[in-house]
Design a protein around this ligand. Structure first.
Ligand code: F6P
Ligand code: MN
Length: 335
């Protein structure tokens, strides 16, 4: 199959559409290159002694898998020296990582979840890497970048994407000009475009939610799911399917390709039970889903307009099919 490489796509976007400056192109290429290395480590599995836990916990009190730490280190190392970044932040690190003084600094901030869905690693199900790119505020040139500089709404993202390490290794990317999918061609070592601009199919009768959390749902979410479970015997008059991979990358990728809705809701009565991270998961996925014609809400407001108050802040997430997301929000309003 003849297809455009990621490098060529980015150069053309830079040249024709003027959509990205060279520094951002370098950043995306660096992240994409690192995802190839991560993919290589993931696929070695037990042979590479990369499975299992380290016995340590991350800032959120979650057990760190060996691959969480390996992927985090790979992303930090690869992005330090290129001159394109001012600082980085990761789900696996408590505080921000500034670019060391021995390297030139750039104007971007990179945020990532190095291995999303890491509970799936040891059982050979899909995991991924999610990333989001912001511009460092202008006033921070000439001084040290702080955590505060990262606390921008998702609408300020200049790029976002994920790599998925599944039956194929894919990179799905937006720079605000639509969503494009690239497949890793292992024979020649490059990313080649296999889909895009992607348009999420609407009207697919599939939903993704962790049913075991039902007791923490708001009445609106409970009603929404209940109606779909009733299928042909309920008010909607048609059957639905439920899918849950427990890896956000895999669930969101299915929704981008096939449609449907993903929910990891948070009810105000259980605010501490919100699961997904605004900066590393919800914002980048919302940018991608919106760019593909879908919608993303925390159940009450557009996720990308949620005020960021902390690097590791968590939010409720309802994303995918636009009409379905609107229904969830309307049910929430009715109480
Ligand atoms: O990163 C958090 C995450 O692993 C997501 O990838 C996934 O959607 C979710 O948590 C799975 O949650 P649960 O363990 O409740 O199924
Ligand atoms: Mn994650």
């Amino acid at each position: 199959m003849q297809s455009v490489t990621l490098t060529r796509f980015l150069i053309e976007q830079q040249r024709q559409a003027n959509a990205i400056p060279p520094q951002l192109r370098l950043l995306i290429e660096t992240v994409a290159r690192t995802c190839k290395t991560i993919s290589h480590s993931v696929s070695k599995g037990a042979l590479g002694e990369v499975l299992g836990s380290l016995g340590s916990e991350n800032v959120q009190g979650e057990v760190q898998k060996k691959l969480d730490v390996i992927a985090n280190e790979l992303l930090l190392d690869a992005n330090e020296w290129g001159g394109h970044l001012a600082a980085m932040a990761s789900e696996e690190m408590e505080t921000i990582h500034r670019i060391p003084n021995r390297y030139p600094k750039g104007e971007y901030l990179l945020l990532f979840d190095p291995i999303d869905g890491s509970s799936n690693i040891d059982v050979d199900l899909s995991v991924g890497t999610i990333f989001s790119v912001l511009k460092a505020p202008e006033e921070c040139s000439g001084r040290e970048v702080t955590e505060q500089d990262f606390l921008q709404p998702g609408t300020q993202q200049v790029a976002a994407g994920y790599a998925i390490y599944g039956p194929q290794t894919l990179l799905v990317l937006t720079i605000g000009t639509g969503v494009y999918e690239f497949t890793l061609d292992r024979e020649i070592g490059s990313w080649r475009m296999t889909d895009g601009p992607m348009e999420m199919p609407q009207g697919n009768a599939e939903f993704a939610i962790n049913m075991a959390r039902r007791r923490q749902w708001s009445p609106g979410i409970a009603r929404y799911i209940e109606e779909r479970i009733q299928g042909t015997e309920g008010p909607l008059g048609k059957d639905y399917n439920m899918r849950w991979t427990a890896s956000m990358v895999a669930d969101v990728h299915r929704i981008l390709k096939r449609g449907g809705i993903f929910l990891y809701p948070a009810d105000h009565r259980y605010a501490d039970k919100a699961r997904l991270r605004l900066m590393y998961e919800a914002n980048p996925m919302s940018f991608l889903v919106e760019q593909a014609g879908g919608a993303a809400s925390n159940g009450y407001q557009r996720i990308m307009e949620v005020k960021a108050t902390g690097l590791h802040q968590r939010v409720g997430v309802v994303l995918g099919d636009k009409a379905e997301v609107e229904t969830v929000v309307a049910y929430g309003r009715e109480g």
